[in-house]
Design a protein around this ligand. Structure first.
Ligand code: ADP
Ligand code: ZN
Ligand code: ZN
Length: 747
């Protein structure tokens, strides 16, 4: 008798354990296969087989049979089953939740539409065909089908084609099957998201000395399946070519590779470009795929048809076997962290996969995260460097402009004199320019100059943002809109105006100073429609506009050879955010944006406007001196006890009534205090533990309270974070709770 242990696809923690089922005779099961099983009062529910066992301690009448299998192969590979267990252990979710990450959403609940095509295949020997045909003369349809098949290559045709040639063929074909002359086969059809995309047979460029050096270290590691690397290469140093060669090396060894990039960098250029080098061997997973396409790409990967998978965060779960290399580009990006349950950091999961499956790990960035660079300093990651641009192109010259002086000299425009001159020079030379507007933390808001009143959202306790096209104020948290007041509702003054600089304002100013020069704007408003993002990029690349005005979304990975000038309208906007990473974010963003200039043969120029020119993040970014920034920032973090020296964890409570959020938070606080009372060995590492209202007290009408813990980053301290996660899962009345670790924002 054989039994199997099944995790049922219910995410409730009460059922977060294996259930034993009997395997019916003749059913072949392997771990990782998906099955239907009866469960409780439900007749049929999906589950995943995690183990097969010979014995079962339960009385036989209490053990039910597996109903059937969903696929005839394990949908979840053994290595990914193990990864799911690890996610359960480290992010405190149920195994069912972790397993859901491993398969495309539409595979659950039988919502997949696997597309199959039917083929009719001759089953008779060629020599008997003529006789067979002769005997069919009284049934002309049957004869026609038979003749068509005989004349077809390999003696087969798709039923679709037979239908097109003969019309109503089915009864005739069925008869032929019955007579043993043919059979009908179902074959899986995969949708291709690439359509008729042209395949450029791209040539390999000759490697630079730097690229060669890096590959000399990297390739042996791919071969041995061991090694964790951090590639620190300045913008334009040619990191992508390193990725391509390393991936190809893995493929030549019969291994596979995963390349993770930030979602926003997965432009059609990027996709096309990988396809041009790897053709059908590459699968691409991104958010623009339809559910059907996503499933089909997954199938192609699972069947072993591809050698490399390129994708955003969740591509870390790609069902590749024999992984030899995982690359994470722009590894400093916050988007590698999934914030909702199950919470995971794709970089950590990549490390786990590499270790278990014997693969090399390559993190890469022009501005590595504090954490990764610190790990490299300790020797936990091997540092690889590419300090120079390809062809020794110079890094762009950066001019720092003090906007306070501009104001003192009577310039009230959003552009400094120097930036305007630079833009004029660039346009006169026939080149293109990018103007970057940092949207976060510095959006346009309406404020009274007499009394300081600002229009805030009634639901969210944040100021509302002005949108000039619709002439409305909108809340960026909940979308609520309101009209722009003409007199101050507080003091009735007429001096109520909008402040700050948005992309629209900058676009208008460019048009005012340079009439007739075509300008494109790329922000949340202009990219709402599907493909709008790609469209704008392609337009700019074709030179249909001379100036591109945009937000964060233009900072990453774009390579426009004709751009020689970059203007940064307000470099310090983000420094004001209440987030310990604001300096790091500012430095990263400024370096990435500046890196867009001068990528081809004409040197680039960057104009960086700021109200805080002495700030070390601005200073080091203007010199593009990552190491100097790193040293200063690490010193500051150590002094202020911020990550990576500490861990910050918080329990966030949200409720309709403030007193509910508050009392839940206070009760959690008492539990945490009691927890530490019992653990002297942990208590000494606690830097702070506080309960308080969140900085943004309300969002979407919900009141918000938090319990915030700061604790030294030691592995024993994970226990405290575990306790917080446990508290977060306890059911509450009238209140929701999440546990966040080093959250992207403490708002
Ligand atoms: P990074 O990602 O490091 O910022 P890229 O990989 O985008 O840099 O490379 C910058 C530019 O240099 C690209 O246009 C790329 O095609 C080109 N490039 C990279 N390697 C070489 C090489 N070995 N020879 C010539 N051009 C190269
Ligand atoms: Zn007022
Ligand atoms: Zn709101």
């Amino acid at each position: 008798m054989a039994f199997c242990q099944v995790i049922v696809d219910i995410t409730h923690e009460d059922v977060d354990r294996v259930f034993t089922y009997r395997v019916p005779k003749g059913m072949e099961l392997r771990p990782g296969m998906r099955v239907h099983v009866p469960f409780g009062r439900q007749k049929r529910i999906e589950g995943v087989v995690v183990d097969l066992v010979e014995q079962c301690d339960l009385p036989p009448e209490r053990v039910k049979d597996v109903t059937d299998t969903l696929e005839d192969y394990p949908a979840i590979l053994p290595a990914l089953l193990e990864l799911a267990k690890e996610i359960k252990a480290t992010s405190f979710c149920t195994l069912a939740q972790a397993l859901r990450l491993m398969i495309p959403a539409q595979m659950r609940g039988e919502r997949i539409s696997q597309r199959t095509r039917e083929y009719a295949v001759l089953t008779v020997d060629p020599s008997v065909r003529v006789q067979v045909l002769a005997g069919q003369s009284r049934a002309p349809k049957r004869a026609a089908v038979l003749k068509l098949l005989m004349e077809s290559e390999g003696g087969e045709r798709s039923c679709e084609e037979i239908h097109r040639a003969i019309g109503d063929y089915r009864p005739a074909l069925n008869m032929l099957v019955k007579m043993g002359f043919a059979r009908i086969e179902k074959r899986e059809m995969l949708r291709s998201p690439y359509g008729a995309m042209e395949r450029l047979a791209a040539q390999d460029p000759q490697l630079t000395a730097q690229q060669k050096e890096v590959l000399d270290t990297l390739l042996p590691a791919v071969e041995s399946g061991r090694g964790d690397f951090l590639l620190y290469g300045v913008t334009g140093s040619g990191k992508t070519e390193v990725f391509i060669r390393a991936v190809r090396h893995a493929a030549q060894l019969g291994k596979t590779a995963i390349v993770l990039v930030p979602e926003i960098a997965l432009t059609p250029q990027m996709v096309m470009w990988f396809r041009s080098r790897f053709g059908e061997d590459a699968a691409v997973l991104h958010s623009r795929l339809s559910p059907g396409e996503r499933y089909d790409e997954w199938r192609r990967i699972r069947r072993g048809d591809v050698r490399v998978v390129i994708g955003a965060r969740s591509a870390i779960f790609a069902p590749l076997e024999n992984v030899g290399l995982i690359i994470i580009d722009e590894e400093h990006e916050q988007s590698y962290i999934a914030d909702n349950t199950p919470r995971y950091d794709a970089r950590e999961l990549a490390r786990m996969r590499c270790k278990r499956e014997g693969a090399a790990l390559l993190l890469a960035s022009a501005t590595p995260s504090m954490r990764s660079f610190a790990l490299a300093g300790r020797g936990d990651l091997t540092l690889l460097e590419m300090p120079r641009r390809v062809k020794n192109r110079p890094l762009p010259a950066v001019h720092v402009i003090d906007m306070r002086q501009e104001l003192a000299q009577g310039n009230r425009s959003v552009f400094s004199g120097a930036l305007l001159d630079g833009l004029k020079r660039c346009l006169d030379a026939g080149k293109q320019a990018i103007l970057f507007v940092n949207r976060r933390g510095y959006s346009t808001f309406v404020s009274c100059r007499s009394c300081g009143y600002t229009v805030t959202c009634s639901q969210c306790d944040v100021s509302m943002t002005y949108h000039s096209t619709e002439n409305v104020l909108r809340c960026h948290y909940c979308g609520q809109e309101t009209r722009v007041p003409t007199v101050c509702p507080e003091c009735e003054s007429k001096y109520i105006k909008y402040f700050g600089t948005g992309t629209q304002r900058v676009e208008e100013e460019v048009k005012r100073f340079f009439p007739g020069v075509p300008v494109l704007r790329m922000d949340n408003d202009t990219t709402r429609q599907k493909d709008a993002h790609e469209h704008l990029i392609a337009q700019f690349r074709r030179g249909e506009a001379r100036v591109l005005v945009g937000t964060q979304m233009i900072a990453k990975g774009l390579d426009f050879p004709n751009v020689t000038m970059v203007g940064i309208i307000a470099a310090d906007a983000m420094l004001k955010l209440p987030d310990y990473r604001s300096a790091e974010r500012t430095f990263q963003l400024l370096t990435q944006v500046a890196g867009r200039a001068g990528r081809a043969d004409t040197p680039g120029e960057v104009f960086l406007q700021t109200y805080d020119p002495e700030h070390f993040a601005i200073q080091t970014a203007s010199r593009q001196d990552y190491r100097a920034f790193y040293e200063a920032e690490m010193f500051r973090r150590k002094r202020a006890l911020y990550p990576p020296y500490t861990l910050i964890a918080r329990l966030l409570y949200e409720a309709d009534r403030e007193q509910d959020a508050q009392s839940c938070a206070e009760s959690a606080m008492r539990q945490m205090e009691a927890f530490f009372e019992r653990r002297a060995y942990l208590k000494k590492y606690v830097v702070s533990l506080r309960v308080m209202p969140c900085p943004v007290k309300r969002i979407k009408g919900k009141s918000r309270w938090q319990v915030a813990l700061k604790i030294v980053d030691k592995s024993v301290c994970q226990e405290a974070v575990g306790k917080m996660s446990e508290i977060a899962t306890a059911p509450l009345e009238n209140c929701a709770c999440v546990c966040q670790v080093n959250p992207g924002s403490m708002m």
